[in-house]
Design a protein around this ligand. Structure first.
Ligand code: GAL
Length: 647
């Protein structure tokens, strides 16, 4: 368990570098990421490389005992490159090329740009691939950030047609799959097909879904151009990429498959301000971040990294980019760091070493201030470093008892056809995840092609395109399975199953969805569960079934049905109903359900239990009487962390 930081030597006078490096080592940091936006300094003019400064930076950092994560600079193609090859630019939904002047202005489908990336990565990896100070590589920076995955450029259109040809083989098969007879949209040839933007009203949903699938594949193959070069030239070094919180625009499992470990950029306060949470919830966690968002992303990226993951950029104080940018509660930077370690992080690296005095991110704090003094975040990082030294190393996370199936295609489909305002897969998944976490459970996130054996409970928030193979693997696991609404509501081609939803799931759960209603706020359905009547929200399905319902709507219609340990929700439960349902599901398997105080969360790693307090008031630590604490004690102050060894 190590700490690190992101550093931009090119932003500071060279005379400061040695001091900075010493300061990092003294703070207890082991890793430093550099280089990811430095193309214009590495290659100021076409073909003229200036290595002197980077050689010096690498040497200075290495001499201080730091290991370097070398970033490839491909998120920021320089001006001369854009001017020489304007076809590398991405095009927005309105069909306009993006302009030079910020970052991520390239199109994943530009073959010119792929060749340019190969060239710069080859140059960089040839120079530093065997350098002992370089311990790892990061490809590019935050794929998809600033809405850049889907590009509507001529390059993208061309490669989309090829992609469609490979997927469908014949234009008749595509016409059938998409249902293009609707509105006279039939195509005679793949060459007639454009990206699905600028249409008068909504484009064909399977056209859009395929464009999203195509764009996702483009990200993976773009990344692979770089990983193949780095593997050849820098043997023995890990390759990663820094993902973002819950970013939906491409399949992170697919990109993760080409990486040695996955990392993600954790900005708890920025994310809270930029997410779907109500004003009340945002105010409650304003300076702590939502108690379940970091955890869910940690679990997601642990899965995408096949167990190996880092936080590459940890928020160190106020950021600059959310609507409002408050200062974290004292102690929170430390608590976020420990929460990541509790979820199995190998390294937590902060963004950034020093607050900038120029350009876009001047208002973004660092571990140190722009007057070169250590800032609050730096002091908290120092505390974590000393605690790590006392705690000693921990092994990876063990398999959790509960799993949640995370599916990007489900997310895409429900974005394309939400049917009710606010029907977002990630919100539903997060609410299910949060209900499980409020019970003190460790949760593994899994892709739908995972091996499901060994789990007691598997939650599928919604799997619209579930197929027989997934159903069989779920059945083989022997787990109790809970499916959310709209599972089985589409075929792989985005069509409604001929025998109605839930399609192939009917073989195990005999019911049909005969009608769906989406309901605005104020018209929420009520659900009767045992003695209680609790609210659902937004969604109500009408089920035709002979099964005895586990819960009903107030008019007696089935709201939750189940058979042999598998069950299905015909609504979207609000928090109290979600808690009640999850508790029943989990308790039926014999798993222990903790009663955590409001704002308290837990996670175990390698036989050590951790507890965190996200509330603004003190709480009792949920540790057994007589526990020997490795961190903290029986009282959890706000932003408090406690850890104890499990028997
Ligand atoms: C991240 C990005 C960094 C920096 C940071 C500011 O999204 O990777 O380069 O912009 O945000 O919080």
């Amino acid at each position: 368990m190590k700490l690190g930081v992101c550093y931009y030597p090119e932003h500071w006078p060279q005379e400061w570098w040695a001091d900075d490096a010493r300061g990092m080592a003294e703070m207890g940091l082991s890793w430093v990421r550099i280089g990811e936006f430095a193309w214009s300094r590495i290659e100021p003019e076409p073909g003229r490389f200036d290595w002197a400064w980077l050689d010096e930076a690498v040497k200075t950092l290495g001499d201080a005992g730091l290991s370097i994560v070398m970033g490839t600079p491909t998120a920021t193609p320089p001006k001369w490159l854009v001017d020489a090859h304007p076809d590398i630019l991405g095009w927005d939904r309105e069909g306009r090329p993006r302009r030079f002047g910020s970052r991520r202005h390239y199109c994943f489908s530009s073959e010119t740009y792929r060749a340019e990336c190969a060239r710069i990565v080859e140059a960089l990896a040839s120079r530093y691939g065997q350098n002992p100070a370089v311990g790892a590589w990061q490809t590019d920076n935050e794929f998809g950030c600033h809405d850049t995955t889907l590009s509507y450029s001529p390059n993208a259109a061309k490669r989309f047609r090829t992609w469609l040809g490979q997927r469908y083989q014949s234009i008749d098969a595509l016409n059938r799959a998409w249902g293009t007879v609707f509105w006279s949209e039939e195509f005679r040839d793949f060459d007639e097909i454009d990206p699905p933007n600028l249409t008068v009203t909504e484009a064909n949903p399977t056209h859009r879904l395929d464009y999203q699938r195509f764009a996702s594949d483009e990200v993976a193959s773009f990344n692979r151009v770089q990983t193949e070069i780095i593997r050849r030239l820098s043997p023995g070094r890990d390759i990663t990429h820094n993902f973002m919180a819950f970013h939906p625009s491409f399949d992170h499992f697919a990109v993760g498959a080409d990486l040695d470990f996955v990392s993600w950029d954790s900005y708890p306060l920025g994310n809270l301000e930029s997410s779907w949470f109500s004003d009340a919830e945002t105010l409650r966690y304003l300076r702590q971040g939502h108690p379940d968002v970091q955890a869910f992303n940690h679990d997601l990226y642990r899965a995408a990294g096949r167990g190996r993951w880092w936080v590459m950029e940890q928020q160190p104080g106020p950021v600059n980019w959310a609507r409002y940018n408050p200062s974290p509660l004292p102690g929170m930077v430390r608590a976020w760091t420990w929460e990541a370690f509790a979820h199995g992080a190998e390294t937590v690296s902060y963004f950034r070493w020093r607050q900038a005095t120029f350009a876009q991110e001047q208002m973004h704090t660092g571990l140190t201030r722009s007057d070169r003094e250590v800032d609050i975040g730096g002091r908290e990082a120092r505390i974590v470093a000393s605690e790590l030294a006392v705690l000693g190393p921990l092994g990876p996370c063990r398999k959790a008892p509960v799993a949640l199936v995370f599916d990007y295609e489900a997310m895409w489909h429900l974005r394309i056809q939400p049917q009710g305002a606010g029907f977002a897969w990630i919100v539903l998944a997060h609410e299910m995840y949060a209900a499980l976490r409020r019970m003190g459970l460790d949760i593994d996130v899994l892709p739908k092609d995972a091996d499901f054996t060994g789990y007691k409970v598997i939650v599928c928030p919604s799997l619209p395109m579930i197929d027989e193979a997934v159903i069989e693997r779920l059945a083989a696991s022997g787990a109790t399975v809970l499916f959310g609404p709209r599972t089985g509501s589409r075929t792989r081609d985005g069509r409604t199953p001929d025998d109605l939803p839930p399609g192939p799931l009917q073989a195990r759960l005999p019911f049909k969805v005969t009608r769906v209603s989406s309901l605005r706020p104020g018209a929420e359905p009520s659900v009767v569960l045992g003695e209680e009547t609790l609210p659902g929200r937004l969604w109500r399905e009408t089920l035709e079934t002979a099964l005895e319902p586990l819960a009903t709507f107030e008019d007696g219609g089935a709201a939750w049905v189940g058979k042999d340990g598998w069950s299905y929700l015909a609504t979207w439960p609000q928090a109290a109903l979600m808690d009640a349902i999850m508790r029943r599901v989990v308790r039926a398997t014999g798993l222990f359900v903790a009663r955590l105080e409001d704002g308290v969360r837990m996670r175990t790693r390698d036989g050590v239990a951790f507890a965190f307090n996200y509330a603004a008031e003190p709480r009792a630590t949920p540790a057994p009487v007589g526990a020997t604490f490795l961190l903290g004690d029986a009282e959890l102050p706000p932003a408090g962390v406690a850890a104890w060894r499990l028997e």
